[in-house]
Design a binder for this molecule. Structure first.
Ligand code: ZN
Length: 310
């Protein structure tokens, strides 16, 4: 039965976002173009879900530390959640999760703003390099909430289709490289997004996505200084040159607690790609003042680094 749906909104893959400066609050383009485009995609998804029969739609802010959207930009009767994705899912009675603004995983050269969770990280599940969409699908799956559809960068939509061939998806743009895109008309892209979201609200449109029963999650750090901070946060020790951290288990909520501790050591208060808040929960270091460190952003927008040597 259609009921309450959650839209997890990211910014990078939103229709109309074309310049890296639109992705970060350090630059005027963020408020001028980035956040309005992010909100417009989330609103289009919400309209579609209602059209498809949803009785309630909440929008969760899933970009950076999750403090970008404001209620005034969210079209009623959808409403903006003050919670993280995990908190919404744990509240129960969620019929489905829809993702907007998705971007491709770390190491994808032909996709705008490709990264996994945050700059200079990569993740694997059971040996496969995965991106944010699959990670949050597994988090929802751990709480028996199906992923019903996605929208974002064309390559990001293709990436999730490799893992979930049945997924309803609506591409918004085609990346040339990590810093530029070939546009689809944003209005046309959002009309398509609304249609797809309407279909996604139908019973049986999505599936509960789980990794194999026993799984292994790994996080790789491109930068040695980041790896040291993560090692200290996770276990206070470990060899100084370790760059890969692993968690084995059967409960993906626990896996995201591991990821939240690791990511929080570098990006305190982060929610992007995690679906929960990284610890510590107060911004600091690279996220001090709620902004991402500008020097880090400049490096991030350069050529992608190799993360896995195999
Ligand atoms: Zn984001």
């Amino acid at each position: 039965m259609p009921g309450k749906f959650v839209v997890l909104a990211d910014l990078d893959g939103a229709a109309g976002v074309r310049n890296p400066h639109e992705c970060f609050p350090n630059y005027p383009e963020f408020e001028q173009y980035g956040v309005p485009h992010m909100a417009a995609d989330a609103n289009a998804a919400a309209r579609g879900l209602f059209k498809g029969g949803a009785s309630e739609v909440v929008i969760v802010d899933g970009h950076l530390i999750g403090q970008n959207l404001i209620s005034a930009r969210v079209g009623a009767p959808a409403h903006l959640s003050a919670k993280t994705l995990l908190e919404e899912l744990q509240g129960g009675a969620v019929s489905g999760l829809f993702l907007t603004g998705i971007h491709a995983k770390t190491g994808t050269p032909n996709s705008f703003s490709s990264h996994t969770i945050a700059p200079f990280l990569a993740a694997r599940v059971n040996g496969d390099i995965v991106g944010d969409s699959l990670l949050v699908a597994y988090l929802a799956g751990a709480l028996d909430v199906p992923l019903v559809g996605v929208s974002g960068d064309w390559v990001a939509c293709e990436e999730i289709q490799w893992a979930l061939p049945w997924i309803l998806n609506s591409p918004t743009k085609t990346g040339f490289d990590r810093a530029s895109v070939r546009h689809h008309n944003p209005d046309t892209a959002r009309a398509s997004l609304e249609e797809i979201a309407a279909r996604a609200a139908a019973p049986g449109a999505g599936r509960v996505v789980k990794p194999s029963r026993e799984f292994r999650v790994e996080l790789s750090l491109a930068r040695a200084e980041d790896a040291q901070l993560v090692a200290r946060a996770l276990d206070g020790a470990g060899p100084p040159n370790r760059r890969v951290f692993a968690h084995a288990g059967q409960d993906f909520v626990e896996a995201t607690a591991f990821l939240g501790t690791a990511v929080g050591a570098i990006y305190p208060a982060w929610v992007d790609g995690l679906g929960r808040r990284a610890r510590p929960e107060t911004p600091g270091g690279y996220t001090a003042g709620g902004m991402l460190d500008t020097a880090l952003i400049e490096r991030f927008m350069g050529p992608t680094a190799p993360y896995w040597s195999d």
